[in-house]
Design a protein around this ligand. Structure first.
Ligand code: PMP
Length: 407
């Protein structure tokens, strides 16, 4: 099945600068397979109507598809009920809603919010604004020398003042996986709420929110084969019940009076306005596709790619890899620099060869400062990449020094 998987991704047959596309930026956004593209098109061709409103058949069909997608997300995350699953626009929106609406219900003056040094800006800035609003303090957990979360430092920084801990399941720069279960256990001992940013995890490893025992879990559909503009916020029911909506308007209300209104039950209370129905349908199809391949098979394929990539890149003179060099400690992402060459120049040279990688701070400026780098090159791998992609990456990287012979 894995062998023929590339045929499902039409974009992989395109050319970039006259060369075959070598797409190594799945961490920014994944490519989309035919079943997802077809599901979105079929929805618009045969089912399009607004949801939850009409008593007519087409609206019921659209509602069934939308709510069916919610059940697929529920099963994908092993959540107890579809009431736990809120559709949002993205990870960013999920985290903002938490910080804006849930945050002030548990964080007050003098309290602490605990993050780590490897967070994406989406998991920093919303908490900064909350901390400023309520007079709380943000604290950051240190990393070990190879870029893992330092569990001892995490345990030490936790105290009864810690009201929220929020961290990435998988780092978008280093590919390292947080020990989520252990962190949740320790955080719960001091009564803190555990928020996990799953943006870089959901496409690469199985996620079981019950087993991990996290309170909230946020992710974006577009990083796991689905369209842009659809995201998810999972929350434990007791916590969602105590969280006020972040947005108000149509669809989320039960009864509207002139001075006040009552709201729908979970999860619809959080989904004001017409939702991204086609996006949810696309996400449902993406989940079907991933489950058909199996997350374990996906992880195994990506681990093979990572193994080759680390071995090959390590032979390139002047190339430094950030984070762990054991492929088992990484998911999907490989950040590096070539000494004396700006990462943007590396990415531009690679682009000439059709090799698409990201260069920059990857929306993780505190981590860049922590690594002592202004920017890095990042190659990221998905199960639809192959060994040939790595050969092309390495060939292109070997030409970089030809452009900068004196460095
Ligand atoms: N967190 C992490 C770890 C990410 O990698 C990303 C996407 N780069 C985000 C959050 C934000 O995702 P989105 O832009 O889809 O909201």
């Amino acid at each position: 099945m894995m062998k023929t998987v590339r045929n499902d991704f039409p974009i992989l047959n395109t050319q970039i600068n006259g060369r075959p596309l070598t797409y190594l930026d799945g961490a920014a956004t994944s490519q989309k397979p035919w079943p997802v593209l077809d599901a979105v098109q079929q929805y618009y061709l045969t089912e399009n109507a607004n949801v939850h409103r009409g008593v007519y058949t087409l609206s019921e069909v659209a509602t069934k598809s939308y709510e069916g997608a919610r059940e697929k997300v529920q099963n994908f995350l092993h959540a107890p009920s579809s009431r736990n699953i809120i559709f949002t626009r993205s990870t960013t929106e999920s985290l903002n809603w938490l910080a804006q609406a849930y945050g002030p219900t548990v964080v007050g003056q003098g309290d602490e919010i605990l993050l780590t040094y490897l967070e994406h800006h989406s998991n920093i800035v919303p908490w900064q604004v909350l901390a400023q609003r309520v007079g709380a303090t943000l604290k950051y957990v240190k990393l070990t020398a190879d870029g893992q979360i330092d569990l001892a430092d995490f345990a030490q920084q936790l105290s009864p003042k810690t009201k929220i801990v929020s961290f990435a399941h998988v780092s978008n720069v280093l590919g390292t996986e947080a020990p989520v279960k252990e962190m949740a256990r320790l955080a719960h001992q001091v009564g803190a709420t555990v928020v996990v940013d799953g943006a870089q995890a959901v496409a690469h490893l199985p996620v079981d929110v019950l087993d991990l025992d996290v309170d909230f879990y946020a992710f974006s559909g577009h990083k796991m084969l689905a369209p842009t503009g659809i995201g998810v916020l999972y929350g434990k029911e007791v916590l969602l019940e105590q969280m006020p909506p972040a947005q108000y308007g149509g669809e989320m209300i039960e009864e509207v009076g002139l001075q006040s209104s009552t709201y729908q039950e979970l999860p619809w209370r959080f989904e004001a306005g017409t939702p991204n129905i086609a996006g949810a349908v696309g996400l449902g199809a993406a989940i079907d596709y991933l489950e058909h391949l199996g997350m374990a098979a996906i992880a195994a394929k990506e681990s093979d790619l990572m193994k080759t990539a680390i071995a090959e890149l390590s032979t390139i003179p002047g190339l430094e890899i950030y984070g762990p060099v054991d492929p088992a400690d990484r998911h999907g992402v490989l950040s590096f620099n070539i000494s004396g060459v700006h990462p943007h120049d590396v990415a531009t040279i690679l682009d000439q060869a059709g090799v698409e990688v990201r260069a920059g701070h990857h929306c993780a400026q505190p981590l860049m400062r922590y690594l002592g780098q202004a920017a890095t090159v990042r190659a990221s791998f998905s199960f639809y990449n192959n060994q040939e992609d790595i050969v092309r990456l390495v060939q292109a990287l070997k030409t970089v020094k030809e452009y900068f012979p004196n460095d």
